[in-house]
Design a binder for this molecule. Structure first.
Ligand code: CP
Length: 307
């Protein structure tokens, strides 16, 4: 099985068939991960560098573990402690690393488009692990995997993405993926955190009342307020955000139906999501993290062209 692309830069560039191939390959790797011996030799002699110019817990650990489970050789780069702090450019950094014969680069960067820039200049396969406010493709793929695991299909599934849509690469990648796979997508949150023309541009419905969004959806994918990407105040305070848009047990119980709660992490508990919801029966948040490993194994395997 092959993908139509050499890199994974975003969901926007993928065909529906690519998404299906990644998800079905991930199903096979999830089965491998249930075995007593969780390691396979698929990427033996492949060298992968994980270039993280921005903080990460889940994505970095998940990629590194996926690479180890596939028997790849891995090198980890974080900007603190590197010569990037002395002014070395991204391209110089990567060319130096590539001269040590690296086959694939997994990259997270605060600049939107950084992995696209690299893909134009270097021969290795590039996997975007989150670029600025643009895309986070493996997050959308693991979200899709988790929803399919629960509901069987994305076709016709009603998914509300709730919170800071404006600054969220998770939202954008999820919208691209859900649209390609036939789901119905709503975005909800304060008007200042939802891009003005998103309904027309992205084929989604917009709702400013969170309770109405929750009443409509099968799945609520709740996002963090990304204060680090906001250079001016877009709402009065976190407390008021929580009162108007936060999801708590009382609100869920008032719906009169069960919905599934997702969150890409990190959660700001007590702001967008209360602990009794994040840790409650409706939540599949830790399943998302678990599935991220199988999905990233699938992406690495398919882009390595080993078959
Ligand atoms: N979901 C996600 O990207 O989390 P990290 O920032 O911890 O990698």
């Amino acid at each position: 099985m092959k993908l139509s692309t050499k890199h994974l830069l975003g969901i926007r560039q993928l065909l529906k068939e690519d998404i299906e191939t990644i998800l079905s390959t991930a199903t096979q790797f999830k089965e491998v991960l249930q075995r007593p011996v969780k390691k396979v030799p698929s990427l033996r002699d492949i060298t992968i560098v994980n270039l993280f110019y921005e903080n990460s817990t889940r994505t970095r650990i998940s990629f590194e573990l996926a690479e180890k489970r596939l028997s790849a050789d891995t090198v980890n780069f974080t900007v603190s402690g590197s010569s990037a702090a002395k002014g070395e450019t991204l391209l110089d950094t990567v060319n130096n690393i590539l001269s040590m014969k690296v086959d694939m680069v997994v990259m997270r960067h605060s600049a939107s488009g950084a992995p696209h820039f690299l893909a134009k200049h270097i021969p290795a396969a590039i996997i975007n692990a989150g670029d600025g406010i643009n895309e986070h493709p493996t997050q959308a793929l693991l979200d899709a995997f988790s929803m399919i695991e629960k509901f069987g299909s994305l076709q016709g599934l009603k998914v509300a993405i709730i919170g800071d849509i404006m600054h969220s690469r998770v939202a954008l990648s999820n919208i691209y993926l859900l649209n390609k796979m036939g789901a119905k997508v709503m975005v909800a949150g304060p008007p200042t955190l939802i891009p003005k023309y998103i309904a027309e541009a992205m084929n989604v419905t917009v709702e400013y009342d969170v309770k109405k969004a929750l009443q409509w959806c099968d799945v609520a994918n709740v996002l963090r307020i990304q204060l680090e990407r906001q250079n001016q105040p877009l709402f009065s305070s976190l407390r008021e955000y929580s009162l108007a848009y936060g999801i708590n047990k009382r609100l869920l119980e008032s719906l009169g139906k069960d919905i599934t709660i997702m969150h890409p992490g990190p959660i700001n508990r007590g702001v967008e999501l209360d602990s009794d919801v994040a840790d409650g029966n409706s939540s599949i948040i830790l399943h998302q993290v678990e599935n991220g490993l199988a999905v990233r194994m699938a992406v690495l395997y398919l882009l390595s062209n080993r078959d």
